[in-house]
Design a protein around this ligand. Structure first.
Ligand SMILES: Cc1cc2nc3c(=O)[nH]c(=O)nc-3n(C[C@H](O)[C@H](O)[C@H](O)COP(=O)(O)O)c2cc1C
Length: 173
């Protein structure tokens, strides 16, 4: 069974991005074990002085969890025309360790608009050598219900193709 780590860029208890992660997990089905990263809020602020062989414990755990996963799902809102600070912070800690190098990543921006965050996450994941299957869902809240069922046909179609690309990327890894 392939292991997938899901990271939400939202720290909210009730979150549209959490619903999309549930929807993706359902689409993937039983051959994939999806584990949610417990909390990006527990990762300390990035500091190059601490970015050494033995970084803070939560960072150590983050890096080893990413390395062990066959694929990563990142689903994030856009905040103030960019990625949420907590997600950018998490990604900054993975640069020197090359944790994402060669890793299949389904990168979803589910937001009100989201174009800037979408471009930003593609740029970041490309520079850290992830194999990115990206998707942007604007007006995301209106396209999924509280049971994590996607209610918009166009989104559903685009989603299936993104998931196929992500799965193919894991199988050719
Ligand atoms: C502080 C703040 C800034 C935001 N800025 C943007 C923005 O620049 N662009 C955008 O598309 N949405 C913006 N939003 C809206 C959120 O991205 C949107 O509500 C998203 O669906 C929240 O996802 P979540 O429920 O998973 O947290 C902002 C929300 C907050 C709280």
């Amino acid at each position: 069974m392939k292991k997938i780590l899901a990271i939400s860029g939202s720290t909210k208890a009730v979150s549209t991005n959490a619903l999309y992660i549930t929807a993706i997990s359902r689409f993937l089905g039983g051959n994939f074990e999806v584990t949610n990263f417990p909390s990006i809020a527990d990762i300390p602020h990035f500091n190059p002085d601490l970015d050494q062989e033995y970084p803070p414990q939560p960072v150590e755990e983050l890096r080893s969890t990413i390395k062990k996963a066959d694929g990563i799902i990142i689903s994030t809102p856009e905040y103030a025309m960019g990625l949420p600070g907590s997600l950018k912070n998490l990604l900054d800690w993975t640069v020197s360790s090359a944790s994402f190098s060669g890793k299949p990543v389904l990168a979803l921006v589910a937001s009100t608009q989201g174009e800037k965050a979408y471009q930003s996450i593609i740029d970041i994941l490309t520079v850290i050598e992830a194999r990115v299957s990206p998707q942007l869902i604007s007006f995301a809240k209106a396209k999924i219900n509280n049971e994590a069922a996607i209610t918009d046909e166009e989104t559903l179609t685009a989603f299936k193709s993104t998931i196929n690309s992500f799965v193919a990327s894991m199988e050719n890894g």
